[in-house]
Design a protein around this ligand. Structure first.
Ligand SMILES: [Fe+2]
Length: 359
């Protein structure tokens, strides 16, 4: 073979080898690409619900970093948890299907036509409770039996979902937070919408009407909603405390057929508390479906439950950045009946960037 032929063959071999090398590299790259694609596909195939369920949630009793217990865990996984709630079926919890119709009718009349007479008609459903004559707390029927069942069904869906639930606060470790903006809260839209409708439609106007001397338009802009479950396996009692709110709603979510012993709720008149720190306890009748609405500054507590279980929905109203007004307004600065009930009173704090109590 001539040198030229040898060189040509050699060139062919180099080119062929090069082409073959390219082909091999291309094939290898293609295989790697496909493997990576399959791996990514598998990752995508794991739903947010599955990922949320597989999280190693901090124990309800864990107390690391005091009030900021395990904040890193909730912030890191907040997005996954929020996505997971979207994968569950949602019921429709309209106020008209949940709230006592006669109360709702009177409230709608006051909202449509905010007069003192219509306001008085609503307030006639609210009976003063706690320290008599002080105007600190009131009760009313709020939920129908069917309404309680519908709410409980959604709450049971949330608590049995396997999605990690952040505890509401250091005194309440076995309830859950209901809020679409808080990492680790239940953000089922059925429940968050119900809470927002309840606040806009009932809590703010009634709170402004009952506590007109301390609640102005800036004082009830934000909210914090959570449940409490009292039973032998979880929270058994609530020590005496005040709430970080201008107005608190406490709704009894027990079904009429659910019984329990103990767990009595009482309020204390601040002015009646002696130097030893004790005062007269005013115990309340608190029927299933009832609403207790009180000023957050009123001291209150729940005695230990001795059998059965009890479940409540709590809503705090407060001002921007957690401001809690205590001082009364001068007569001339208090809200008018139109400001208490008019449609424009809906502050609608349902944004993504609102302040939340320390959890
Ligand atoms: Fe409280």
């Amino acid at each position: 073979m001539h040198d030229a032929q040898l060189r040509m063959l050699s060139t062919y071999n180099v080119v062929f080898a090069s082409v073959r090398g390219c082909a091999q590299r291309s094939a290898l790259l293609l295989i790697l690409f496909l493997l990576a694609h399959v791996a990514i596909g598998k990752a995508d195939a794991v739903s947010a619900l599955e990922r949320a369920r597989s999280l190693d949630m901090p124990a309800a009793t864990a107390t690391v970093n005091a009030e900021f217990e395990h904040a890193d865990f909730w912030e890191t996984n907040g997005h996954t948890i929020r996505e997971a709630w979207l994968e569950l079926d949602q019921a429709n919890l309209a106020l008209a299907d949940i709230v006592d119709p006669s109360l709702l009718e009177s409230i709608e009349a006051a909202r449509d036509n905010p007069t003192l007479a219509n306001e008085e008609n609503v307030l006639s459903s609210f009976i003063e409770t706690g320290p008599p004559g002080k105007g600190l707390a009131y009760t009313s029927r709020l939920l129908t039996s069917e309404g309680i069942r519908a709410l409980r069904s959604e709450l049971d869906k949330a608590t049995s979902s396997g999605i990690p639930l952040r505890r509401p606060n250091a005194m309440n470790r076995y309830g859950c937070i209901i809020d679409k903006d808080v990492d680790g809260a239940v953000s089922l839209s059925s429940l968050t919408s119900f809470v927002e409708d309840l606040i806009d439609g009932i809590a703010r106007p009634v709170g402004r009407a009952l506590f007109n001397h301390t609640v102005g338009t800036e004082d009830d802009k934000e909210h914090f909603a959570h449940t409490i479950r009292y039973n032998a396996e979880g929270d058994m009692e609530l020590k005496e405390h005040r709430d970080a709110s201008v107005v608190t709603l406490n709704i009894n979510l027990n079904l009429p057929e659910e019984s329990y012993d103990g767990s009595s709720l009482y309020l204390l008149d601040e002015e009646d508390i002696g130097s030893d720190g004790t005062g007269t306890r005013h115990f309340l009748e608190f029927e299933p479906g009832a609403l207790l609405i009180h000023r957050g500054s009123v001291r209150h507590a729940v005695l230990p439950i001795s059998s059965g279980s009890r479940q409540n929905l709590i809503i705090w109203l407060f001002g921007e950045d957690g401001q809690v007004r205590v001082a009364p307004y001068n007569e001339k600065d208090r809200l008018t009946v139109e400001q208490r009930w008019g449609k424009e009173m809906e502050n609608n704090d349902h944004d993504d960037d609102k302040w939340k109590p320390e959890l």
